[in-house]
Design a protein around this ligand. Structure first.
Ligand code: G6P
Ligand code: MG
Length: 214
């Protein structure tokens, strides 16, 4: 690995919360009277809570007042919180913790690059926090992915130039954000979905920093 810093997305990369987001949005869609598929859900990954609601309403062909949007986004988040409240260190995705430890042993810096406002709770529940040199989450940035702000902020906090940073992402919007930040991106998940990533692996199991070319 040539990178001097690794920037990790959280939901769907280090922890399986992408599933919880999907279940909570699906529940809201059902209450609004339409079906929300896993394929639809790909469009919400890496996207902020309110932008996700806009996409969901668009899929359902619904228009709501700003007041109602805030109520529904809060309801979705409350259901999502009931899922993440039960998380433990065992809910870290297979191989993710080991990969982060291996990277740090090589002297490579690590940062979180998530637009979630719930990241702190997840890092505490899973005890992942000590593995990061810097944390960038939805409470300190103003523009969600695909805007590059979240990753540029991470590079700045780590004092590593963007071309020396490598991003780990499971979302189409996240791959675009990494590239717009001038960083390489390793996709975690399906090569079909993450076709713009520089390399795609199904997960961290068996992945070593030495096996990554950039
Ligand atoms: C991540 C997830 C998105 C989610 C966003 C905001 O990027 O991939 O699906 O909408 O965070 O999360 P929050 O926890 O603040 O609602
Ligand atoms: Mg993600």
């Amino acid at each position: 690995m040539k990178a001097k810093a690794c920037l990790f997305d959280l939901d769907g990369v280090l922890v399986d919360t992408a599933r919880f987001h999907y279940l909570a949005w699906k529940d809201l869609a059902a209450r609004l009277g339409f079906h929300f598929t896993e394929e639809d859900n790909e469009r919400l990954k890496g996207v902020s809570r309110m932008d996700s609601l806009e996409i969901l309403l668009d899929i359902g062909g619904l228009r709501l007042s700003q007041e109602d949007k805030v109520i529904f986004a809060t309801q979705k988040n409350n259901l999502y919180l009931t899922y993440i409240e039960t998380m433990t260190p065992e809910d870290t995705l297979p191989g993710a913790r080991e990969f982060m430890v291996a990277v740090r042993l090589l002297g490579i810096k690590t940062a979180l690059g998530s637009v979630s406002k719930n990241a702190a709770m997840i890092l505490d529940k899973t005890r992942l926090r000590p593995l990061f040199d810097a944390i960038v989450d939805g409470n300190i940035i103003s523009r969600a992915k695909p805007d590059p702000e979240v990753f540029l902020k991470g590079a700045e906090l780590l004092r590593v130039p963007p071309p020396s940073c490598l991003v780990f992402e499971d979302a189409v919007a996240g791959v675009e954000a990494a590239h717009r930040a001038g960083m390489k991106c390793l996709g975690i998940g399906s090569a079909e979905v993450l076709k713009d990533a520089d390399l795609v692996v199904p997960g961290f199991t068996g992945l070593t920093p030495g096996a990554i070319a950039f």
